[in-house]
Ligand binder design. Structure first.
Ligand SMILES: NC(=O)c1ccc[n+]([C@@H]2O[C@H](COP(=O)([O-])OP(=O)(O)OC[C@H]3O[C@@H](n4cnc5c(N)ncnc54)[C@H](O)[C@@H]3O)[C@@H](O)[C@H]2O)c1
Length: 276
């Protein structure tokens, strides 16, 4: 192993975690990546699939594995519990950026990044044009940002009873419209793209960026992500992204590759938040 090999710790072994672990084991050496550990709430799910010496059973001892990047792909709750600690030791790629909608945690993570010099990476996910939005924001030209995510009802994982009942063929239904800050606790697994947008549009923040989630039984093969950006002086951009997705899947298949590309960016960009 060369000294430039980056050691990656993967936290969570659901769909995205399995994809990343397989890809690192398969392609990592050619790209200068190796696995430092894999953690899952239930370690039994890892047995036989992940080499025994790479299984981490106690997440609080992650720093013993000396990794360069921790990749969180399980739940915003883990960012709340461990995020600042991860960042104090290594770069952090936060797969559940809806965690950043909590202003207190957001502040703690930024502080931990600043103090350690490690980077908090936020993957752009299914967001098209995230870097452009960030540039417009940084130049002071961003006025408003609106994101609509439309999916088949089986693809939503919502808290509360926003979508307790639905029938095949019912068509289109707006489930919620409001700020991304309000949407994050309601749909923590469905608003990662919106959370990335709120990070890109830092001047508007989670309470300033507006979002809408729409259930549509016609959308059996893809998710639709629409972004409307307005700037000063009549500037506007409207994008519509169709993200192929299996019925019932929270995450579109193009998003897996996008996440992998985000991981390849995590080489260290100083003690700040970086959209990748
Ligand atoms: N940013 C992005 O582009 C992007 C894309 C896809 C998924 N995600 C997010 O990444 C995370 C993983 O996605 P996935 O598709 O692999 O989901 P998944 O449901 O397949 O896997 C989640 C895993 O985390 C575990 N888990 C759930 N709640 C937990 C908790 N409170 N504490 C510890 N472990 C817990 C589950 O047991 C499961 O193993 C989710 O938060 C999802 O919203 C982000």
């Amino acid at each position: 192993m060369s000294s430039s090999t980056q050691r990656i710790g993967v936290v969570g072994y659901g769909h995205l975690g399995q994809f990343l672990v397989d890809r690192i084991l398969r392609d990592g050496s050619g790209l200068g990546l190796s696995l430092a550990f894999v953690w899952n709430r239930n370690p039994d799910k890892l047995r036989g699939l992940v080499p025994e010496d790479l299984i981490l059973t106690d997440l609080s001892s992650f720093s013993d594995r000396r990794c360069d990047v921790v990749v969180e792909v399980c739940h915003p709750q883990i960012i709340g519990e461990f995020g600042p600690h991860f960042l104090s030791q290594s770069h952090l790629l936060v797969g559940s950026p809806s965690a950043l909608s909590d202003p207190d945690l957001n502040q703690k993570l930024r502080q931990a990044a600043q103090q350690s010099g490690n980077t908090l990476y936020v993957p752009s996910g299914a967001l098209w044009g995230g870097q452009d939005i960030q540039r417009l924001n940084d130049s002071g030209g961003l006025k408003s940002l609106f994101i609509r995510m439309s999916k088949h009802p089986s693809c939503f994982r919502l808290t509360g009873d926003v979508l307790s009942e639905w029938t095949e063929g019912e068509g289109r239904r707006v489930l919620f419209k409001g700020s991304v800050a309000e949407l994050c606790p309601l749909a923590p697994n469905n608003v990662n793209t919106m959370a990335a947008a709120a990070v890109a549009a830092g001047s508007l923040g989670f309470s300033g960026v507006q979002g809408e989630i729409v259930s549509d039984t016609e959308l059996r093969d893809f998710h639709v992500v629409e972004v409307e950006v307005t700037g000063h002086g009549g500037f506007s951009v409207h994008t519509v992204r169709r993200n192929p997705a299996k019925l019932g899947a929270v995450t579109g298949s193009a998003t897996y590759n996008s996440f992998w590309n985000s991981l390849l960016v995590c080489k260290g960009h100083g003690g700040r938040v970086y959209l990748c």
